[in-house]
Design a protein around this ligand. Structure first.
Ligand code: OAD
Length: 253
């Protein structure tokens, strides 16, 4: 297996780093069989986000929005974390002192947590949680709700998926924590097109704060111009090489 000069540089930087942060997007789950949003054949090519992922769409037709989320839940339930998710668990174990590792994801699929990641900020929420529009209580879901749309068992109001939709603000604490993670030695940007803000802004912020910013993606993105190194390839394959762990050992930690 040929290890490129860029890969060796990233490995060397990781050797001397005290803090590492990583921002992930839909591309990290592509090898688990979950479609991305903006690639050819991606979710937003088939579906109109304004009809499915906005508070206005939900207010107009909650059943329709829930049915779409139920379909996505069914697909996600079948998916397993891949080599890239597991590589990030190994990385977190390597940087085990407090505040030395932070994972930030835009994904709502829960695969980082299933793989075993601990220090995780879910910027866009989690598909396996509901939030009551009345009493605001957030609850975990263990399965797709039987009746759609679901209603709160406590107050009877409508439940919504606990995810961030277009036009909505992110959880303020998640933003504070994610921004703090930009003060780091290495900032990995994995499998994101870098087109959605404020998430994409974190890579800019890390760069301004002096981090060595490394992009891992199958193609160049909106962030390629500002990163220090772009490693082109599938996240699972690239992260496996960066970590220097054989595939058979990657899945146990
Ligand atoms: P996108 O679909 O915009 O981008 C996915 C990125 O992953 C692209 O740059 C691909 O080139 C790359 N990619 C695909 N397969 C890959 C692989 N095997 N390894 C590495 N990279 C790969 O997804 P996001 O950037 O995550 O928000 O999109 C951000 C947000 O837009 C999502 O969280 C979602 C969406 O609308 C909300 O729903 C609020």
């Amino acid at each position: 297996m040929k290890i490129s000069t860029d890969l060796k540089l990233v490995q060397a930087r990781l050797q001397s780093a005290k803090r590492v942060s990583a921002l992930t997007g839909a591309g990290i789950s592509a090898e688990s069989g979950i479609p991305t949003f903006r690639d050819k054949g991606g979710i937003w090519e088939k579906f109109d986000p304004s009809k499915l992922a906005t508070p206005e769409a939900f207010a107009k037709d909650p059943k329709h929005v829930w049915e779409w989320y139920a379909l996505r839940m069914q697909a996600i339930r079948e998916a397993k974390p891949n080599a890239a998710h597991h590589a990030l668990v190994h990385l977190e174990k390597r940087f085990s002192t407090p505040n030395s590792f932070q994972l930030i994801t835009q994904n709502i699929d829960n695969l980082h947590r299933t793989a075993g990641s601990q220090n995780l900020i879910e910027l866009h929420g989690n598909i396996w949680r509901t939030r009551c529009l009345g009493c605001k209580v957030i609850r975990s879901l263990s399965a797709v709700p039987d009746v759609l749309p679901p209603y709160c068992l406590d107050c009877g109001n409508l439940l919504r998926p606990d995810v961030v939709w277009f036009g909505e603000a992110l959880d303020p604490q998640a933003i504070v924590d994610a921004e703090a993670a930009c003060e780091t030695d290495i900032f990995l940007v994995i499998g994101t097109s870098g087109e959605v803000w404020p998430a994409a802004g974190l890579a800019h912020q890390a760069k301004r704060a002096g981090a060595f910013v490394v992009e891992v993606n199958t193609q160049r993105t909106a962030l390629s111009e500002i990163v220090d190194i772009s490693l082109l390839g599938k996240a699972g394959e690239i992260l496996e090489k960066i970590m220097g762990i054989k595939e058979e050992d990657l899945f146990s930690h």
